[in-house]
Design a binder for this molecule. Structure first.
Ligand SMILES: Cc1cc2nc3c(=O)[nH]c(=O)nc-3n(C[C@H](O)[C@H](O)[C@H](O)COP(=O)(O)OP(=O)(O)OC[C@H]3O[C@@H](n4cnc5c(N)ncnc54)[C@H](O)[C@@H]3O)c2cc1C
Length: 211
């Protein structure tokens, strides 16, 4: 099953000036995301699976059930590509050709490995929790050994990666600028809503400040 992904081509082709291989920028994009898409090929069939993510230093972290097909195969060395995307705006030009999107996205290629050291695994799980809901970890009861055994944590080194971003107004052709058509950017943001208490939440437990 093990196959190296060193052959991943991370050179930007079209609109290469929007591309980068800046590690800090990649981390910024990863850290701002609550989910990613994990791509891999099995028996010639590509799959792209949405998942939660986290980051610890130079490793992107994923987690899942020990019986998950995706997790088991990735832990066994199946190459993968993890993509993180933020849609920041609709870029409405005067023509469909020049219309675009503002975005930040990162792709990380490689071979993930299961975190096997017990302490490291707990730290990685804590990192995932804090990534999704900063401040939450302090409120949670500790995971039981049974729960830890039921979960696999994967670490994917952020080594072979690429970043691409677009920001700013439309780039209309000069001959389109005088057309009587509105042009500009419609910003798009992902917002957290007001917390909804669980139906079985005992009375007197307030929404924590971090939410
Ligand atoms: C926002 C989000 C975050 C998630 N985070 C995690 C996570 O951190 N860890 C985790 O293990 N799982 C997560 N999931 C669920 C994940 O997408 C998979 O469903 C799950 O990992 C099952 O994997 P598997 O290999 O066992 O699936 P398999 O049993 O291999 O899947 C079999 C088939 O089921 C279908 N299928 C599986 N998942 C999906 C899906 N999400 N949507 C549509 N069809 C599907 C596909 O046809 C697939 O080929 C998340 C889902 C979403 C939407």
């Amino acid at each position: 099953m093990t196959e190296t992904t060193n052959k991943a081509d991370t050179r930007h082709q079209r609109v290469a000036e929007r591309g980068s291989h800046d590690f800090d920028l990649a981390c910024e994009i990863i850290d701002a995301a609550r989910m990613c898409h994990v791509g891999f090929t099995m028996k010639g069939q590509p799959y792209v699976v949405p998942m939660a993510l986290g980051r610890r230093g130079r490793d992107l972290l994923l987690h899942g059930s020990v019986v998950s097909r995706l997790i088991t195969n990735l832990a066994n060395g199946l190459p993968c590509c993890v993509t993180v995307t933020h849609l920041d705006g609709l870029v409405l030009a005067r023509s469909s050709f020049h219309s675009s999107m503002n975005y930040r996205s990162a792709m990380v290629f490689g071979n993930a490995a299961a975190v096997t050291d017990a302490k490291e695994k707990i730290t990685a799980m804590d990192t995932l929790v804090e990534h999704l809901a900063p401040g939450r970890l302090a409120d949670l009861r500790k995971s039981t050994p049974k729960e830890l055994n039921a979960t696999t944590i994967l670490r994917l080194p952020i080594e072979t990666f690429s970043v691409k971003t677009r920001s700013g107004p439309p780039n209309d052709a000069t001959y389109d600028v005088d057309l009587p058509v509105w042009a500009g950017v419609v910003p798009i943001t992902l917002e957290e809503g007001n917390p909804v208490p669980a139906p079985d939440l005992p009375e007197g437990i307030d929404v924590p400040d971090y939410l």
